[in-house]
Design a binder for this molecule. Structure first.
Ligand code: PLP
Length: 338
C-alpha cells in the first residue's frame, strides 16, 4: 500500500523534518525507522532493470534516506553523503578546472586549507586566502579566473562571521560558485542556500552526528548541474559512508534541534563566565555585541552557535587551561593560569 504519510512534507517544521523527512515507513514490513540495509548488490529483473539500487557504492537505501533527510533540513533539492567532511569537500573541489582560481577565508579549517593547498594546488588550482569579513578585500581578491568562493561562517577556530548574501552577490557577478561550510552553524541555525549560496558542505562528524561515534560529510545544492557532477564523482571516486554510519547520522539528526538549543544556552553561560574572568584576555563568540560579525550573525543565524574560543594571553597559559579542563571545571582550570 502506498505510504501517503509524507504527502505534505514541505509544510513540516524543522524538527518534524529532522525526524521524518526522507524516511517513509518501510514498504515491506511497515517499520517506522529506516532499516539498516547492508546489501552491496541488488537483484535485477533483467540486465539493467532494477528498482533504483544496483550496487551500494552507487546507491544504497539507508544512504538515500539520510541524503533526503539532510537535504530537506538544508532546504536543498539534492544531497550527497560522504565518508568524511574532507571527502565531501574533495568532491566539491573536483568541480573546478585545475587552472582556475579559488578564494577562501583566511581562517578556514586547517584540513580544508591543506586539501586545497597540498592536494589541489599541485594540479594547478590557484587560491587566495582573504578576510571574508571585509567585502572590499573579497572584491580585491577576485580575478577573471575565479570560479569559486569558499567560506565558513562561523569559522573554525576563530569564529569569524561572513555575510553569505553579500558574498554571493559579489561572487555571482563574476560567475563564481559560492560554497558554505555549514558545520558549526548546522541547518538548524543557518540555511546558506536560502541566502544565495550554491553549495553547502558539512562535516557531519560534529553536531549533525552529535554523539562522537561517526565520521561523515555531506554536500547539498539546488543546482541540478552541480548535483549531476557531484553524484558522478561520489560514485566515480567512491568515498561513500557505510550504511551503518548513515543510520547513526539519521539517528543523530533526529535530536539536532534540541541539542543545539541546549548547547547554545550552555555556551551563553560559558561566555558569561569567560567574559567576566580576569585571566581571559579575549572571548571570541558571535553572540557578543563586541564581536566584529555580531550584526551579520544576528541577521543570518537564528542563534549564535555553541562554539566559543578564548585567549588567555600566551601559549603556555592556554595549554595549561586546555590540559586541566579535562579533569576540572572551566572555572577551576582558569585558576591554573598564573
Ligand atoms: N569543516 C570544518 C568546519 C571542520 O571543523 C572539519 C573537521 O574538524 C571539517 C570540515 C572536516 O571534516 P571531517 O573531520 O569529518 O573530515
Amino acid at each position: 500500500m502506498a505510504d501517503d504519510t509524507f504527502a505534505n512534507a514541505d509544510e513540516w517544521g524543522f524538527e518534524t523534518r529532522a525526524i521524518r523527512a526522507g524516511q517513509p515507513h518501510d514498504p515491506v514490513t511497515g517499520a517506522v525507522v529506516t532499516p539498516l540495509n547492508l546489501a552491496t548488490t541488488y537483484a535485477q529483473e533483467q540486465v539493467g532493470t532494477h528498482r533504483g539500487f544496483e550496487y551500494s557504492r552507487s546507491q544504497n537505501p539507508t544512504r538515500q534516506a539520510l541524503e533526503n533527510n539532510l537535504a530537506s533540513l538544508e532546504g536543498a533539492e539534492y544531497g550527497f553523503a560522504f565518508a568524511s567532511g574532507l571527502a565531501a569537500e574533495d568532491n566539491v573541489l573536483r568541480l573546478l578546472e585545475p587552472t582556475t582560481h579559488l578564494v577562501l577565508g583566511n581562517d578556514a579549517y586547517g584540513g580544508t586549507f591543506r586539501l586545497i593547498d597540498k592536494i589541489f594546488g599541485p594540479t594547478g588550482l590557484r587560491w587566495s586566502a582573504t578576510d571574508l569579513g571585509d567585502l572590499n578585500a573579497l572584491e580585491a581578491s577576485i580575478q577573471p579566473a575565479t570560479t569559486m568562493v569558499w567560506l565558513e561562517t562561523p569559522t573554525n577556530p576563530l569564529l569569524a562571521i561572513s555575510d553569505i548574501a553579500a558574498i554571493a552577490e559579489i561572487a555571482h557577478k563574476q560567475g563564481a560558485l559560492v560554497v558554505v561550510d555549514n558545520t558549526f552553524a548546522t541547518p538548524y541555525l543557518q540555511q546558506p542556500l536560502s541566502l544565495g549560496a550554491d553549495i553547502v558542505v558539512h562535516s557531519t562528524t560534529k553536531y549533525a552526528g552529535g554523539h562522537s561515534d561517526v565520521v561523515g560529510g555531506f554536500v547539498a545544492t539546488n543546482d541540478p548541474a552541480v548535483a549531476e557532477r557531484i553524484e558522478f564523482t561520489q560514485n566515480a571516486s567512491g568515498a561513500v559512508p557505510s550504511p551503518f554510519d548513515c543510520w547513526l547520522l539519521m539517528r543523530g539528526l533526529k535530536t539536532l534541534a534540541i541539542r543545539m538549543d541546549r548547547q547554545c544556552a550552555n555556551s551563553r553561560a560559558i561566555v558569561e563566565l569567560l567574559d567576566a574572568h580576569p585571566r581571559v584576555t579575549e572571548v571570541l563568540y558571535p553572540g557578543l555585541e563586541s564581536h566584529r560579525g555580531h550584526e551579520v550573525a544576528a541577521a543570518q543565524m537564528s542563534d549564535f552557535g555553541a562554539m566559543v574560543s578564548f585567549r588567555t594571553g600566551d601559549k603556555d597559559s592556554a595549554l595549561r587551561v586546555a590540559e586541566s579542563t579535562q579533569v576540572f571545571t572551566l572555572a577551576e582550570s582558569l585558576g591554573a593560569v598564573e
